[in-house]
Write a protein that binds this ligand. Structure first.
Ligand code: ADP
Ligand code: ZN
Length: 603
């Protein structure tokens, strides 16, 4: 897609400011040094000696200093002293009294040199720069253009992004296809009297292809694509954001039919709750956006797509009918989606022939489209580093770990004892999981430290599309989280700091079971928590009395404790297997799911 950027004229303003500054500096610091000849400062005694020795040629008595030259034409100066006979002595020494020893430029030349010349130079430089910019942009240039939108104008071209480039996300594409159809043939819709939604909200976690989808809609329909990020509206000066919105819509209406894409709309569209003393600038911007959306008819062909990963924080005024009333979920890809995203991106690099994308997709469970794209790129880089000209299966598999866990830290910092602890810890998790579910719990465990700080890395098995969890499954998961620490206790009789993340996750899950999923006997089906941030970590806020909170805390502790004890029992009962598998991992630093099960099932 050809990106044609709107002239960004701000730098020009900076440029003029800079030019002025330079001129001043030039005048007050550099210029006097350049023009004035060097005058050496000496003490009065030397001056007197030189007078007596008849070394002085000319002298100029000023109100605050004496400037004089010697016979070789060198210039000196010295301070004034109370010396009544000075003139007489100078006269005796045949000194010429001058009024201007230091050759000064004529005032006119001085003015020319110090003011006109630099200004002229900067003027021409500026003209040249400006002309070059204009030529690049092919537009008519205005000098000052603050508060204009920085929306990039994307002019469609043959190579534009199409739906085919966005892998997976079939539901989203289906949903957006209607908009493409409308842009192709608006009359068909107008005949029936159907109106297109003015705004469509693309909602989903980061990196799932929302921007891509918006571009693809424009690409499929062959219309211009304006894109701007919500945060770009929020400027330093009040009123600037609103004027940017106005300008964006003016541009868009001129180019209609077209797509306007606003990324991170939550930056301006947050609920106006006045929590933080009110944010005037944001509110004005939002109001302007609402006004603009109400202002244009649904028939003029400007369709606004907006992306956000925190839909619940949006102002209700934005999502009511007539504005962003259609919501398209763009979720993390499932197994099939991941496989097709990998294939799409693998086409852009050279790969070896027989690559099992299904396996890689399974290994990269939970990865977003952006991460998958990154994995493929990382694989290509790895191939180059090894001096090969195509990426292999092994490259891709290693890249998953790189993208998700960071690079391997080559200079291993683990001491031998630490390595043993990490091995037992990781096997503890896996063994508890395997004993509960009777299936391979992991794809692979490695205990090579990663740059992300992880000391080991466990690649979970993809559970496929699994939407409902039973209470037992949830409990088993908690037990699995505690398995690492349990193994440390069973084997070493002491504990380490390595379990902090496990503790966090176990607690989170236990709390959710009790306060959200109604899985405790005491509270029955009462919601005690509301999720506030579904796509970014899923924070929750409590919605109950302080007394109840205390009760919840007690139940959470009891639940985790029970599962922790279960994990300890399981490991104690299978101590031999725990030792055997951990020993294997300790020696090889890597164990696959198959190897793991092979040892576990060995008699
Ligand atoms: P978002 O706007 O949802 O944060 P982007 O659309 O910017 O995500 O996606 C970032 C990058 O990730 C894209 O440039 C693309 O390379 C890759 N990507 C994400 N989702 C997909 C997908 N469904 N198919 C192909 N590539 C994808
Ligand atoms: Zn752990």
């Amino acid at each position: 897609m050809n990106e044609v950027k709107e002239p960004n004229k701000k730098p020009l303003l900076y440029y003029y400011f800079l030019a002025l500054l330079v001129i001043f500096l030039f005048n007050f610091l550099v210029f006097p040094q350049m023009v004035a000849p060097r005058v050496r400062e000496i003490d009065y005694g030397t001056f007197m000696t030189m007078t007596e020795d008849h070394k002085i040629d000319q002298v100029q008595l000023e109100s605050n200093q004496i400037v004089f030259s010697d016979k070789d034409g060198n210039l000196y100066k010295t301070g004034l002293m109370d010396d009544p006979n000075l003139v007489e002595r100078l006269h005796d020494a045949n000194v010429t009294f001058a009024s201007q020893i230091v050759q000064q430029l004529s005032p006119f030349a001085n003015f020319l040199l110090s003011w006109v010349l630099p200004i002229a130079i900067f003027y021409f430089l500026g003209r040249m720069l400006n002309r070059r910019m204009m030529k690049n942009l092919g537009g008519d240039g205005m000098m000052f253009n603050m508060g204009k939108s920085n929306a990039k104008v994307y002019v469609p071209s043959e190579t534009g992004i199409k739906f085919a480039d966005v892998a997976g996300e079939e539901e989203a594409k289906e949903n957006l296809q209607e908009i493409v159809n409308y842009l192709h043939d608006p009359t068909k819709y107008q005949k029936i009297g159907a109106k297109m939604p003015k705004g469509v909200l693309l909602v989903g976690p980061p990196g799932t292809g929302k921007t891509m989808l918006a571009k693809a809609v424009a690409g499929e329909a062959g219309v211009p694509f304006f894109s701007i990020s919500g945060s770009e509206f929020v400027e330093m000066f009040v009123g600037m954001g609103a004027s940017k919105v106005r300008d964006l819509f003016r541009q868009a209406k001129e180019k209609a039919p077209c797509i306007v894409f606003i990324d991170e709309i939550d930056a301006i569209g947050k609920k106006r709750d006045g929590n933080f003393g009110g944010n005037d600038e944001r509110e004005q911007t939002l109001n302007q956006l609402l006004t603009e959306m109400d202002g244009f008819e649904g028939t003029n062909g400007v369709i606004i797509l907006a992306a956000t990963n925190r839909p619940e924080s949006l102002d209700p005024a934005l999502t009511r009918p007539g504005r962003f009333d259609r919501r398209v979920p763009v979720e993390l890809p499932d197994l099939q989606g991941r496989e097709s995203i990998l294939k799409v991106h693998a086409k852009k690099i050279k790969t070896e022939a027989n690559i099992d994308y299904g396996k890689i997709a399974r290994m990269a469970s939970g990865a977003s489209g952006a991460e998958l794209a990154n994995i493929v790129n990382e694989a290509a880089l790895r191939a180059i580093r090894d001096g090969r000209d195509a990426a292999s299966q092994a490259d891709l598999e290693e890249s998953i770990e790189v993208v998700i866990a960071g690079y391997q830290k080559k200079n291993a910092i683990l001491t031998d004892a630490e390595k043993k602890v990490v091995a037992f810890h990781e096997v503890g998790h896996a063994l508890v999981a395997a004993l509960q579910n009777h299936s391979a719990p992991v794809q692979k465990i490695t205990i090579i430290p990663r740059t992300s700080g992880a000391l080991g890395y466990t690649m979970q098995v993809d559970e496929g599309n699994h939407y409902l969890y039973t209470k037992e499954e949830m409990e088993n998961k908690i037990a699995t989280f505690t398995g690492g620490r349990a193994a440390e206790e069973v084997v070493f009789g002491s504990v380490t700091t390595g379990a902090s993340n496990d503790i966090e996750q176990a607690t989170k899950m236990a709390r959710a079971m009790i306060s959200r999923y109604g899985m405790s006997d005491n509270f029955d089906m009462v919601a005690l928590e509301t999720v506030t941030n579904q796509y970014l970590g899923g924070d929750a806020s409590l919605a109950c009395s302080a007394d109840t909170q205390t009760e919840i805390d007690k139940e959470v502790v009891a639940l985790v404790k029970k599962q922790h004890e279960k994990a300890v029992e399981l490991l104690k009962a299978n101590r031999a297997k725990l030792d055997e598998i951990a020993q294997y991992l300790y020696q090889k630093e890597t164990i696959t799911g198959e190897e793991f099960m092979e040892i576990l099932n060995r008699k």
